[in-house]
Design a protein around this ligand. Structure first.
Ligand SMILES: *Cc1c(COP(=O)(O)O)cnc(C)c1O
Length: 232
């Protein structure tokens, strides 16, 4: 079986190829390594390979790994669902939060973010598949939420994040990412400054890069399968 370092290098090579195929510069796409359900030792191996940004979904799990990895200047991204009562810790233990989909959550993150830290980088989660109606806003809601977040001084709105329904069909993957791209373009046309499209995971990141992804969030293709008792 390949090592984390070998798999990481293979993903980077596939990302570069996808970018070039789309006529984009490879440096325009950042790899976010999604380390949920994998131990601190695995993160250390990916770091040694050259990975700097890591994404976690569960606050307690992330905090304990952050403590174990205190010696590494990792850029931590929170990519899981955000519970309101967890916002004080999320706001101060991560550089980025990808899944903001309610003004109340944005306001609480803003209120909690320490003055000693730079503004929290955030993405609005949009819902394009319509299947998981629990999380993510539609195009109109994204526009109004973006305007509201723009008023919050401790947050910096960077762009949009989405988790489309998984499908093995490449054309369908691309069509879903294209919808996110369309919402992104619409916000930019309305004068909202954005530079980030957080789309694409292990199974569909090449299609996401073809549609303009600037951050791909890749977990199992780097770290291997997650265990069945912690599958999310
Ligand atoms: C788990 C997860 C990923 C990574 O998924 P893989 O299929 O393992 O690459 C990316 N984004 C989010 C929001 C996730 O929860």
């Amino acid at each position: 079986m390949d090592t984390i370092s070998e798999r990481w290098q293979a993903i980077k090579a596939r990302m570069d190829a996808a970018a070039r195929e789309a006529g984009r510069r490879p440096e325009s796409v950042t790899l976010l390594a999604v380390s949920k359900a994998h131990p601190a030792a695995a993160i250390r191996q990916a770091w040694a390979a050259g990975q700097k940004q890591f994404g976690e979904n569960y606050l307690q799990e992330a905090l304990s790994k952050q403590t174990e990895l205190e010696d590494l200047p990792i850029e931590w991204h929170f990519i899981g669902p955000i519970q309101s009562n967890k916002t004080p810790l999320i706001a101060n233990h991560f550089a980025w939060v990808h899944g903001v989909d309610r003004l109340k959550i944005a306001e609480r993150l803003n209120a909690a973010r320490s003055e000693n830290l730079p503004p929290l980088q955030v993405c609005i989660q949009v819902n394009v598949s319509g299947e998981d109606s629990k999380s993510g806003v539609n195009a109109d809601e994204a526009l109004s939420l973006a305007g509201d977040i723009g008023m919050l001084p401790r947050l910096r709105l960077r762009g949009l994040m989405a988790i489309p329904a998984p499908t093995p069909d490449k054309a369908e993957q691309q069509a879903q990412f294209h919808q996110v791209r369309t919402i992104y373009n619409r916000l930019v046309q309305q004068g909202i400054a954005l530079d980030t499209l957080s789309i694409g995971m292990s199974e569909d990141f090449p299609a996401a890069i073809a549609e303009g992804a600037t951050i791909v969030r890749v977990g199992s293709a780097i770290f291997g399968p997650r265990s069945p008792n912690n599958p999310a």
